[in-house]
Design a protein around this ligand. Structure first.
Ligand code: HEM
Length: 508
């Protein structure tokens, strides 16, 4: 009996070994350059073991394939095949020219098990994505940003007050935490019309749910890795999606507004228009509660919840990260900090001391600082795509099969000395109107590119500019030694610093 068990176990191990070896030659057999993948981990041992983020994984592959001088490469995370385009021309092909072959962000079997969340714009693909994107695009126009501006501006009062309290205490601040509290309040208010007061109450439900979503995933054991790779168990991601919380919040708020016919200048109001009328009207205060208007019924309450959820999740962490890295750099470059401050003073003077939407647009140097921050520290450093239709790599006979994951390393491109000389130097001058023209297309991708490009660019930049300026016009920021330099990045989905960024704040 014992002999039989040993024999069976040996056969299983031999089978696993051969199967893994066969799967890990997928790219080689197709003439796509690959590295030296190892048993079941492929090239992704560090990611699987939780030592590195997906962004770091993609950055390392980018550098390795670039050093090999190849325009693209094939890699593996466990047995899952991942295509990594390196040359900007191929990246353009995937993101734009042949977009039809890459309409998805994630493979269907790797979505979460949250029914409503999975309907959000980021997660859907094909026709469903196209139709939803068309409906949502008018909700992010400059007119709609202007509509939300006052609501955003209100929140800067709480931010300035908190910065003042920290300055008075003389204690260093975990600046990412402060900024995440600010963006949570902004996004909750502009998104849902809710006052969650995270700036005053750091344990607000919105903030806690947001943090949980972006906290690093638990690490799978090697057995779970093998079972997932063999597809014997579900490959769903274990993101902690606050779906029930948001469902209740949205349903309650929509019900209240519909019963009391309440109009508020926020994203939820636009979503109610979509639900009740099928389109977002240019007049903001039309009677959206009149349900007698004909509507195709393709945008229901679950869609409202799903899109509000992505507005919240995509909106708060990315901008908080952007401002954190901007302050990390500015606290090490006092001359740039002074320049942002001076620009703010001059612009405000032209606008009677009031920060208006128009004044915000005039903050050109501040915008350059943000663009340079997004270059050096792209919040979404590895941009995902999934092949949805057979694609032939241009100039070859090599086919990329539907279902194949593609990772584009924004971080790799942004720190490639051929595209951005002296890439570790923080230099906002790279983004003057003149210098911008020299940036090669598809090498600067903080918001992605092509038809799936970020829908919230205007909101993200507006929020980051207003937040930064409201702090810098009143306070000076100095890097505190609690920040570990050189920086080590955390293994989070959105780029962040391990050990956080600590600054001292001084009133001017
Ligand atoms: C600095 C801030 C931000 C950065 C760096 C950022 C970055 C990105 C990136 C890289 C993508 C993927 C693009 C692609 O696949 O080509 C994306 C998608 C998206 N972002 Fe943002 N984002 C930011 C702010 C926001 C904000 C504030 C919102 C909403 C309020 C938002 C909503 C979205 C949505 C809905 C998508 C999915 C678009 C689609 O799949 O069609 N983002 N973002």
């Amino acid at each position: 009996m014992l002999l039989l068990i040993i024999l069976a176990a040996t056969l299983v191990i031999i089978f696993l070994h051969l199967y893994s070896k066969w799967k890990l030659t997928y790219w080689k057999k197709r003439g796509v350059p690959q590295l030296k993948p190892i048993f079941f981990y492929g090239d992704g041992k560090d990611v699987v073991k939780g030592n590195k983020s997906l962004a770091q994984f993609t950055l390392e592959r980018y550098k390795e394939f670039r050093a090999m001088g190849v325009p693209y490469g094939g890699t593996y995370i466990t047995l899952r095949k991942v295509f990594v385009p390196i040359a900007p021309e191929f990246i353009k092909d995937i993101m734009q020219k042949n977009f039809e072959c890459f309409t998805a962000h994630f493979p269907k079997n790797e979505l979460t098990n949250n029914k409503i969340f999975n309907k959000n714009l980021f997660n859907i693909e094909g026709e469903a994505w196209r139709a939803t994107r068309k409906k949502l695009t008018p909700t992010f126009t400059s007119g709609k940003m202007k509509m939300m501006f006052e609501t955003l501006l209100e929140k800067t009062q709480g931010l300035e007050q908190l910065a003042g309290e920290i300055a008075e205490s003389g204690e260093p601040a975990d600046i990412r935490d402060v900024l995440a509290r600010f963006t949570t309040d902004v996004v909750a208010s502009c998104g849902f019309g809710l006052e969650c007061n995270s700036l005053k109450h750091p344990k607000s439900e919105f903030l806690e749910h947001g943090k949980l979503f972006f906290s690093p995933k638990s690490v799978d054991s090697i057995w779970k890795v093998i079972l997932k790779a063999l597809r014997l168990i579900s490959r769903e991601t274990n993101f902690q999606v606050p779906e029930d919380f948001f469902k209740k919040v949205v349903e309650k708020t929509v019900d209240y507004r519909e019963k009391n016919k309440i109009y508020r200048k926020d994203f939820l109001h636009l979503m109610i228009q979509l639900k009740n009328r099928g389109v977002v009207n240019h007049e903001d205060n039309i009677n959206v509660f009149d349900k007698s208007v004909k509507n195709d019924g393709t945008f229901d309450l679950d869609d409202v919840t799903a899109q509000c959820l992505i507005f919240f999740l995509a909106g708060f962490e990315t901008s908080a990260t952007t401002m954190t890295f901007a302050l990390l750099e500015l606290s090490q470059h006092p001359e740039m900090q002074a320049k942002v401050r001076q620009e703010a003073e001059e612009v405000l003077e032209r606008h009677n001391g009031k920060m208006t939407y128009e004044a915000m647009l005039e903050l050109k140097y501040t915008e350059q600082v943000i663009e340079e921050t997004l270059r050096k520290y792209p919040p979404v450093a590895s941009i995902p795509r999934v092949c949805t239709k057979k694609y032939t790599i241009p100039g070859t006979k090599t086919e990329i099969e539907p279902g194949t994951t593609v990772f584009i390393s924004a971080w790799g491109l942004h720190t490639d000395p051929d595209y951005f000389p002296n890439p570790q130097k923080f230099d906002p001058e790279r983004f003057t109107v003149e210098n911008r023209k020299n940036i090669k297309e598809f090498t600067y991708l903080p918001f992605g590119e092509g038809p799936r490009m970020c829908l919230g660019i205007r909101f993200g930049i507006m929020q980051s500019k207003v937040g930064l300026v409201s702090l810098l016009k009143n306070y000076k920021f100095i890097l505190n030694e609690k920040t570990h330099l050189p920086l080590k990045m955390a293994r989070t989905f959105i780029t962040s610093v391990d050990g956080d960024v600590w600054v001292n704040i001084e009133k001017i």
